[in-house]
Design a protein. Structure first.
Length: 277
């Protein structure tokens, strides 16, 4: 087991522009033994550390069976992420992790899978989608439903196009605002929940994005017959330690850095939308 307190140097081997203020950093751990022992599941996160500045919790978006390559998609929004945005290929960041519980991909085998995401919230589930498609025969139909505010907010264009070409797969996109560049649904992402064909008895839902989307969207899916026990959500909170000690990510009785960030909806629903719990 990798010591969760240790920061492991990792070199940026590729920097991929997703949008003006968003890049995917492809990292390679410098130490050969650490690379060999580093294992994670889709949906887990690392604390990405910039020496002399600080660290931030970022989802791992690469395939768990390729642990020598760690991809993290980062938006430049704060002190640490803005400083990371200045780093280029060949420079070194620190990695501490992996932390948390990921998506139940083994449990999902043999099921139809509905993936619902919003905005940059799609990042935590990218690795899970790629994982399923590389093992396509183990899963039923896949439906990917993604919502953005504007067409400019759509990330991973090439991935969405490639996913839509997979067998027994449907990709549905929604934007809150209409513009000339948008050729998909105009409206909120939950509008699309009524547009997909579902077999509730064999469907599992993976959802990540704004909590308001979860609170409004899950009841629609449940009215269509999908039980709360088959719905898994990835939640966001400010995380500083990654091991449940600092308390910043507490949500009711749970610490999302170790009990989550992926949690079954029936367990976390009482605490959604509540402040100071």
């Amino acid at each position: 087991m990798i010591n969760p307190y240790l920061i492991h140097p990792a070199t940026i081997i590729e920097k991929i522009r997703e949008a003006d203020d968003i890049h995917t950093y492809r990292l390679r751990l410098n130490d050969e033994e650490t690379r060999r022992n580093f294992r994670f599941t889709a949906g887990q996160f690392n604390m990405v550390y910039l020496f002399g500045v600080g660290e931030v919790a970022i989802s791992i978006v690469s395939d768990p069976e390729e642990p020598e390559r760690l991809d993290h998609t980062i938006r430049s929004v704060g002190r640490v992420t803005s400083a990371i945005a200045q780093r280029q290929v060949g420079e070194v960041l620190g990695i501490r992790g992996p932390f948390g519980k990921g998506w139940p991909l083994e449990e999902a085998r043999g099921h139809d899978v509905v993936i619902v995401t919003g905005g940059l919230g799609c990042a935590p589930v990218v690795g899970a989608i790629d994982y399923m498609f590389r093992r396509r025969r183990h899963y039923g139909s896949v439906k990917i439903i993604h919502g953005v505010k504007t067409s400019r907010d759509l990330l991973f264009h090439e991935r969405f196009e490639a996913w839509g070409k997979q067998s027994d797969t449907e990709v549905l996109l929604a934007s809150n605002q209409r513009d000339e560049a948008w050729r998909y649904h105009v409206g909120v992402v939950t509008d699309l929940f009524e547009c997909v064909t579902l077999d509730p008895a064999k469907t599992m839902v993976l959802m990540c994005g704004p909590e308001i989307m979860m609170r409004l969207g899950v009841p629609i899916l449940m009215r269509r017959g999908i039980p709360a026990t088959a719905i898994h959500v990835s939640l966001e909170r400010h995380m500083e330690c990654g091991i449940g000690l600092c308390g910043h990510c507490q949500m009711g009785p749970y610490f999302l850095c170790k009990d989550g960030p992926v949690m079954r909806y029936d367990r976390i629903e009482p605490w959604l939308g509540r402040v100071g719990v």
